[in-house]
Design a protein around this ligand. Structure first.
Ligand code: PLP
Length: 376
């Protein structure tokens, strides 16, 4: 038996759409890219969606659009991926880490306001496991202190908070379509923009600093270099791969949710016996089953169980080493307040296999192996 941690989704139309993209001989910003962006604009209800080469690049673009200057401060949780911090640190910002809530592993919204100084410019809520941060409170703090909100919704495609899609609540939202995410382009992502007047500026950054997008729409008769930019637009082949999945996005979501629920029900007795903790989904949140994780009592059980599952042919993994205690984080950021939960909670979390083609039988086998570990 071997059950991998992840397998990128491939659906019936994937190969034929990719061949069509090749045949169309359009490098980027062709039919498939347009279909993906307009589908997301209407499905998630947001003014603009620009497909990008990665979620990290969507974050980089948002940091530029926030006009980050050296010395500005950006608030985020330390329990996140390096890209959340890189985007802002790369423009000279100081990263200010605050603690997480142990129930969702998200930034603790009640600790944000005391970390705000007169240098603070942006708050970056990262929605861990596709479960939303407490956005009402975060938006309220941002409004009162005139801060920008950039949602790192890399894991939150198809999730909602009080009925609104993650990535559309802040000023900017960043999606990832990396192969490990719910919908994959291999490598890819998207930048979601709430204010329509900012879309043109974002298009320029994405097109090497030129106004080529306007030229293609026939709005101007030649294009030129107008701002800083880079090449953040993905190949049509990658967009074709993504489009094949967006067309069946609900089906993929339902299957993932069914596997998630199966894990949850089957592992409940272990939680009842105090051996593990299961994920918590707050009432206002509808999640997308991006991840199924459990928390065990301590770090030694964490590594013991991961090793046991590996011996059984099951790839389970730990997650982030908190950024504030990592080499770059110590240099580029500081932790505001007390680290009550970030370090300890991350040292006892285990992610179990979760992907579209994971079968119900696979979940049964994984659950049985977990029970096997605790019986010894
Ligand atoms: C995956 C991920 C990213 C980066 O996305 P890429 O597409 O791999 O660049 C950023 N932030 C979080 C929280 C992620 O999970």
């Amino acid at each position: 038996m071997y059950i991998p941690f992840n397998k990128a989704p491939i659906v019936d139309t994937t190969i034929s759409y990719i061949s069509k993209a090749l045949g169309d001989r359009q490098a980027g910003d062709g039919i498939f890219t347009a279909q993906c962006s307009s589908w997301m604009e209407s499905r998630f209800d947001v003014s603009g969606v620009l497909l990008t080469t990665s979620g990290s690049h969507a974050l980089d673009m948002s940091a530029y659009l926030c006009e980050i200057q050296p010395g500005d401060e950006v608030i985020m949780a330390s329990y996140t991926f390096s890209s959340t911090a890189n985007a802002f640190a790369g423009r000279g910002a100081k990263i200010v880490f605050v603690d997480i809530r142990p129930d969702t592993m998200n930034i603790d919204e009640s600790l944000i306001e005391e970390a705000v100084t007169d240098r603070t410019k942006v708050i970056v809520p990262m929605h861990y496991a596709g479960v939303s941060c407490e956005m009402d409170m975060i938006t309220d703090i941002a409004q009162r202190h005139e801060l920008i909100v950039v949602e790192d919704a890399a894991q939150g495609v198809m999730s909602t908070y009080k009925g609104r899609s993650l990535g559309t609540i802040g000023d900017f939202g960043c999606y990832s379509f990396h192969e490990t995410k719910n919908y994959s382009m291999g490598e890819g992502g998207a930048l979601l923009i709430r204010d329509p007047s900012v879309i043109q500026k974002a298009e320029i950054i994405r097109e090497k600093g030129t106004n080529r997008s306007r030229f293609f729409r026939g709005e101007i008769d030649k294009y030129s270099w107008v701002d800083w930019g880079s090449s953040y637009l993905p190949s049509e082949m990658n967009a074709a791969y993504l489009w094949s999945q967006l067309e069946v996005a609900d089906e993929i979501n339902l299957i993932r949710l069914a596997r998630w629920q199966q894990y949850y029900e089957a592992l409940k007795p272990l939680e009842y016996n105090g051996l593990i903790e299961l994920p918590h989904i707050p009432e206002d949140c509808v999640h997308n089953a991006h991840m199924f994780y459990i928390k065990v009592v301590n770090e030694s059980v964490q590594s013991g169980l991961i090793t046991h599952l590996k011996q059984m042919g099951i790839a389970a993994v730990f997650h982030y080493v908190p950024l504030h205690s990592s080499e770059a984080g110590r240099r580029l950021g500081r932790f505001h307040g007390e680290d009550r939960f970030t370090t300890i909670e991350s040292s006892r979390l285990i992610r179990l296999p979760m992907f579209y083609s994971l079968t119900s039988q696979n979940v049964q086998e994984i659950v049985a192996s977990i029970y096997g570990y605790f019986q010894n």
